[in-house]
Write a protein that binds this ligand. Structure first.
Ligand SMILES: [Fe+2]
Length: 76
């Protein structure tokens, strides 16, 4: 159950990042654009925390993250 909660929460954080990015891209007010980008970055922090929880608690997630994160060269 906790893994489901983490995955759904991660999905929502990623969705929020995308929404803030789209709004910031279309925003003509400089100050509001800064707020939207700041909020987007906060959502990235939240997403990263959830990914770390998944890494610590779901073995295959940890294996895949170890395989791909921080590795130079081709991702594929
Ligand atoms: Fe968030």
């Amino acid at each position: 159950m906790a893994t489901h909660q983490a995955i759904v929460s991660l999905m929502e954080e990623l969705q929020a990042i995308d929404w803030y990015r789209q709004r910031a891209d279309d925003c003509d007010d400089v100050q509001l654009k800064e707020v939207l980008v700041h909020n987007m970055n906060d959502e990235m922090e939240h997403a990263a925390m959830l990914i770390e929880w998944l890494r610590r608690n779901v073995g295959e997630f940890a294996a895949q993250l170890d395989k791909f994160l921080g590795v130079d060269g081709s991702i594929a």
